[in-house]
Design a protein around this ligand. Sequence first.
Ligand SMILES: [Zn+2]
Length: 182
Amino acid sequence: MNEIIQAGWPEKKNGFDPALVHYFHVRDELTVEEGVVLRGERIVIPKSLRKETLEELHTAHQGVESTWRRAHESIYWPHMNRDIKEHISRCEMCTTFPTRQPKEPPLNYEVPNRPWEKIGTDLFQFGGKHYLVTVDYFSNFLETDYLSSTRLPTHKEVKKSHRTVRNTRRSSIRQRATVRFT
Ligand SMILES: [Zn+2]
């Protein structure tokens, strides 16, 4: 994929790698940055990481539409919506306790008054680079930033970076390492 993006796509989709056919219609939006494939600002999730990503997206057991919305902020793969819907329809927790399924994530924390007042973060590694994914508890907005070093930014730095720069926004998918600034 990285090679074809850099080398240029063929005129027609017939006859090339079937694994890439599903990207043909978005080929003009695909770029490679630091080894990571992006569609616009959204990271393209490789097949091998999709299962993990679906589980991650559904940890709060939110419904299909809000999960779609959240996913569309930062990630992409062909038929992502369908896969999200299927994943949620197979969720044991949601099918066993359908009436208890909250429309919004459970508010088991104090609701902040302003965006970026209270945030949750995860560190993850992707393509050999370190990223920080940040969730704003006020808006549920999810954002990812490339980290030039593995030192954890402070809460103040994260807030500052979200006020000033959004152009470093990047990918999703985490490896383990949960840090919460509360
Ligand atoms: Zn569920």
